[in-house]
Write a protein that binds this ligand. Structure first.
Ligand code: 13P
Length: 272
C-alpha cells in the first residue's frame, strides 16, 4: 500500500472512532410531506432497525400522522415531535395545535421558529419566545431555529441577527430552564437548495453561537445547549459536518424522508 493510501486509511479510522465516541441528536423534519401509506411503510422500515445507543433520533411528521407514531413507536427508542405549536391551552384557535395535544400523543420535541414559519407565516421573535416558554412549561423540548438569508449573509450583519434571534427567542424563560432547549442553526440559503454550508462555515458560526451562549448564560448552561446544524444535510456531507466543532447534531429535511437515507446518515454518525 502506498504511503498516502496508508495515511488515508488511518485518517478514516480516526474519524470513525471520533464519530463513534460522540452522541448526536438527529432530527428529521418531514415538513408537509408524505401520505398515510408512505408514513406506514417508513415506520415499518425503521421498526426493526437498531439506531444504536448513543444517538438520539427524533422524527417530526405532519400532525395527522402522529397517531401512527404513537401506535408504532410506543416501545421504540425513536422519539417524535411536532413542527409547530400554539402557545395557549385549548380554546378557540382554529387550525392550531396545543401542547396538551402534542403531549397526549407522546411528543417530546417541537420545532419552533423554523425559517419557513418566520418567512411564509410572518412569525416574529416575540411570538416565537412565547412558544418556547409554552414548550418548556409543558415538558416538550423546543428546537429553536435561527438562521440568516443570503442577503443578510452577504451584508455581514448576520451574526448580530443570530444573536437577536437567540436572545429574543429565549427571553421568556429562566436561565435555569435553558437545559431544556435545543438550538438549530439553519442558514436559509442552504435549506432545500442542495447548497450546504461548508464545514468551515458551519464550524465558524457554531463556535460564534457557542461563545455567545456561554458569555450570556454562563459556561455550564451555555455549553450544555445542543446546537444542531440544518440545511441540505445528506449522507455525502454529514461526516465532515459532524466533525465541525460545536455541532451536536442535525435538523434534516429532504434526506429524512427516505428511510434508507435516514438510516444511512445514522450509520455514518455511528462511525460505520
Ligand atoms: P433540507 O435538509 O431539505 O435542506 O431542510 C432543512 C430544514 O429546513 C430542516 O428543518
Amino acid at each position: 500500500m502506498e504511503r498516502n493510501d496508508i495515511k488515508t486509511v488511518i485518517r478514516n479510522e480516526i474519524v470513525n472512532c471520533l464519530l463513534e465516541l460522540q452522541g448526536f441528536l438527529v432530527v428529521g423534519n418531514w415538513k408537509m410531506n408524505k401520505t398515510k401509506q408512505e408514513v406506514k411503510s417508513f415506520l415499518n422500515d425503521i421498526a426493526s432497525y437498531d439506531f444504536g445507543e448513543k444517538n438520539t433520533i427524533v422524527i417530526v411528521p405532519p400532525n395527522p400522522y402522529l397517531y401512527l407514531f404513537e401506535e408504532k413507536l410506543r416501545y421504540s427508542k425513536v422519539l417524535y415531535g411536532v413542527q409547530n405549536i400554539y402557545p395557549k391551552g385549548n380554546g378557540a384557535f382554529t387550525g392550531e395545535l396545543s401542547l396538551e395535544m402534542a403531549n397526549d400523543f407522546g411528543c417530546k420535541y417541537a420545532i419552533i421558529g423554523h425559517s419557513e414559519r418566520r418567512t411564509i407565516f410572518s412569525e416574529c421573535n416575540v411570538f416565537i419566545s412565547k412558544k418556547v416558554r409554552a414548550c418548556v412549561q409543558n415538558q416538550i423540548k423546543p428546537i429553536l431555529c435561527i438562521g440568516e438569508n443570503l442577503e443578510e449573509r452577504k451584508n455581514d450583519n448576520y451574526k448580530q441577527l443570530l444573536i437577536n434571534q437567540i436572545k429574543e427567542g429565549l427571553s421568556r424563560i429562566d436561565v435555569s430552564e435553558l437545559s431544556k432547549v435545543v438550538i438549530a442553526y439553519e442558514p436559509i440559503w442552504a435549506i432545500g437548495t442542495g447548497e450546504t454550508a461548508t464545514p468551515d462555515q458551519v464550524e465558524e458560526t457554531h463556535i460564534f453561537i457557542r461563545k455567545f451562549l456561554t458569555d450570556e448564560y454562563g459556561s455550564d448552561v451555555g455549553n450544555d445547549i445542543p446546537l444542531l446544524y440544518g440545511g441540505s444535510v445528506n449522507p455525502t456531507n454529514v461526516k465532515k459536518l459532524a466533525l465541525a466543532q460545536s455541532v451536536s447534531g442535525f435538523l434534516i429535511g429532504g434526506a429524512s424522508l427516505n428511510a434508507q437515507t435516514f438510516k444511512e446518515i445514522n450509520n455514518i454518525l455511528n462511525g460505520n
